[in-house]
Every structure is written in structure tokens, then in C-alpha cells.
Design a protein around this ligand. Structure first.
Ligand code: NAD
Length: 308
């Protein structure tokens, strides 16, 4: 299979590039990434000069470039996105541009070229918050921040291309990822680096917001499974059931780095901060997937990576 991976110089995309090159001996990859502040070629260390990998610096909104790249591939995996909720609260425009218009550009090109699979990387945030129970793939989308709203738009747009044009679309909605190569603006890498430097760890509100944390390698295995074995037109939740409050995550980081809880600082809550996300995962489990890393194992690996 020849795969176009967009956003492959970012956190999850780069892990996926490494994963596919290691796991699938004949697959070829074209990575398309605009190298925004969030992307780095360093994330592709070891993959950049791989004989089955080609890196292209470019924007998913560039119709000519995207059309040219897609005509030679069997599958598209669209990771490229503006991904930081706080930035989307400061300004939604780049989120609409990349997450919505960029996805539309890719869908048009994939439809014209007739690719075999189009995997749209969505998120648990499209469902909005849930105080009790867990979301299943059939639940309505109720995004509550600009990032999530643009991801929900892309998710729905991709599904509409399947129903109206017959484009072979698959959607994954994964919970919060953590692991190596994540940008230090995100909670876990930021807190590890602050803890190691003896700086305060700013926890939003009272720290009671709950997220389900999945180690990035577990997510990549699930995404790869959906890409190859998923049923066209279906949505797959991917979650670990490792639910933690932000305060629990913060304390676990301090404990793993080996510094005192005195570094915790409670700061004004994020506007529209969703209280809890949680996913039902029977569909991805039916494909033969389960997480291999506990939260604690994943965190130890992640702390080792950042302290290195
Ligand atoms: P990231 O911010 O680390 O990486 C995004 C990548 O996309 C960067 O390399 C960036 O340069 C690239 N990019 C941005 N705009 C682009 C454009 N217009 N054209 C081409 N490339 C562009 O993000 P991430 O955390 O790796 O997330 C990857 C995907 O997974 C996103 O679609 C995100 O919504 C989704 N997701 C992330 C999480 C998570 O916990 N991180 C959870 C669920 C879903």
C-alpha cells in the first residue's frame, strides 16, 4: 500500500509514520506537512531518509499539490490539523482553515483520484462532555470549543463524502494521547518539563476535569488496524478507559519525575472547559485491539523521553 500521511511531522502523525515503516515491510509513505509551529522534521528522525518514505513540505489546502500527491497513492490518512484547544479560543480562523477547508481539499482530491481508503483522524472532543456513562459511535456530536467544532465539521464532511460520493471513508475518534514527540504546549510534556526545571505546574480550575489517556503507540496500532481492517463508512472510538482527573495526572507526573506536590498551582479555568470525556470501545476491540500500556507504564516512558 502507498499511503499519504498528512500532518506526519506532528506528534501522533510522526508516531504513525514510524509505526507503519516498522510494521509493514512493503508499504510506502508520502508525508505531507506544512511544518507549522507544531510540526518538526526532527520528529521523523530515522524515517526521513528511509527508502520507502518521502517527505513533502506543503499545505493540505494547496489543491494543486494535494491533487498531484493523491493521484499516486492507495490511501490517505489525515492527521494534519490545528490541534490546541487554548489557541482555538484565542482565534478560530486557522482552525477553520486547516481543519475544515484543508480536509475538504483532501476529500475532493481523494474523490477525484478514487483512492481505496480515506482515514479521517477525529477526536473524542466532537461528542462534547459527558458527566456519566460513555459515548458510543452513534451518539450525536455536540462540540463545545472552536477546536472541537472544526474537528466535528471535518468528521461530518468526511462522512458526507462517503454517503454522497461513495468515497471509502473511515473515521477514528481517539481520546487524549500522550507519549514522545508531543509539543510542549500540551499538558503532559509541559508539566514534565516544568517539574524537571522546578517551575510551577498551572492546573486549570480545581483540577477535577477528567480525560481518558491513551499511550500514542497504542493509538497508532488501533489506527493502523482501522486503516486496513475497518469497515468502510464506519466510525471507531479508540480509548484506553484510563480515566484521570487533571490533578491526578499532575500528581503522577510529579511523582514520576520525583519532585514535590508543592509545585502545583491552581489557575483560572479554561473557558468552556469540558468536564469529562469517555468512550465506549467495543467496535475497535472487535477488530482485535486492546491497549498494551497502562497509564503508569506510558507515563514512565514519556518522562524518560523528555528528561533525556
Ligand atoms: P500536532 O499539532 O502535534 O500535529 C499537527 C501536524 O499538522 C503538525 O505537524 C503541523 O505542522 C501539521 N499541519 C498543521 N496545519 C497544516 C496544514 N494546513 N497543512 C499541512 N500540515 C499541517 O497534532 P497531534 O496531537 O499529533 O494530532 C494529530 C491529529 O490527531 C489531529 O487531527 C488531532 O485533531 C487528532 N487528535 C489528537 C489527539 C491528541 O490527544 N493529541 C486526540 C484525538 C485526536
Amino acid at each position: 500500500m502507498r499511503i499519504l500521511i498528512t500532518g506526519g511531522a506532528g506528534f501522533i502523525g510522526s508516531s504513525f509514520v514510524h509505526y507503519v515503516l516498522e510494521e509493514h515491510e512493503v508499504d510506502e509513505i508520502v508525508t505531507l506537512d506544512a511544518l507549522t509551529y507544531a510540526g518538526s522534521k526532527d520528529n521523523l528522525d530515522g524515517a526521513l531518509d528511509h527508502p520507502r518514505h518521502q517527505f513533502v513540505k506543503g499545505d493540505i489546502r494547496d489543491q494543486e499539490l494535494v491533487t498531484d500527491l493523491i493521484k499516486d497513492v492507495d490511501a490517505v490518512v489525515n492527521f494534519a490539523a490545528e490541534s490546541h484547544v487554548d489557541r482555538s479560543i484565542e482565534g478560530a480562523k486557522p482552525f477553520v482553515e486547516t481543519n475544515v477547508r484543508g480536509t475538504q481539499t483532501l476529500l475532493d482530491a481523494a474523490n477525484d483520484a478514487g483512492v481505496d481508503r480515506f482515514l479521517q483522524i477525529s477526536t473524542d472532543e466532537v461528542y462534547g462532555q459527558i458527566l456519566d456513562g460513555k459515548f458510543s459511535e452513534d451518539d450525536a456530536l455536540n462540540p463545545r470549543n472552536p477546536y472541537a467544532a472544526t474537528k466535528a465539521s471535518a468528521d461530518l464532511l468526511a462522512r458526507s463524502f462517503q454517503t454522497t460520493h461513495g468515497l471509502p471513508v473511515l473515521i477514528t475518534r481517539t481520546s487524549n494521547n500522550f507519549g514522545p514527540r508531543q509539543h510542549p504546549e500540551k499538558l503532559i510534556p509541559k508539566f514534565i518539563q516544568n517539574a524537571a526545571a522546578g517551575k510551577l505546574l498551572p492546573v486549570y480550575g480545581d483540577g477535577s476535569n477528567v480525560r481518558e489517556w491513551i499511550y500514542v503507540e497504542d493509538n497508532c496500532r488501533a489506527l493502523d488496524l482501522v486503516l486496513r481492517k475497518g469497515e468502510i463508512g464506519e466510525v471507531y472510538n479508540i480509548g484506553s478507559h484510563a480515566e484521570k482527573t487533571n490533578l491526578e495526572v499532575t500528581e503522577a507526573i510529579l511523582d514520576t519525575v520525583g519532585v514535590s506536590n508543592d509545585l502545583i498551582e491552581f489557575v483560572e479555568d479554561r473557558a468552556g472547559h469540558d468536564q469529562r470525556y469517555a468512550l465506549k470501545t467495543e467496535k475497535i476491540e472487535a477488530l482485535g485491539w486492546e491497549p498494551q500500556y497502562s497509564f503508569e507504564e506510558g507515563l514512565e516512558r514519556t518522562v524518560d523521553y523528555y528528561l533525556d
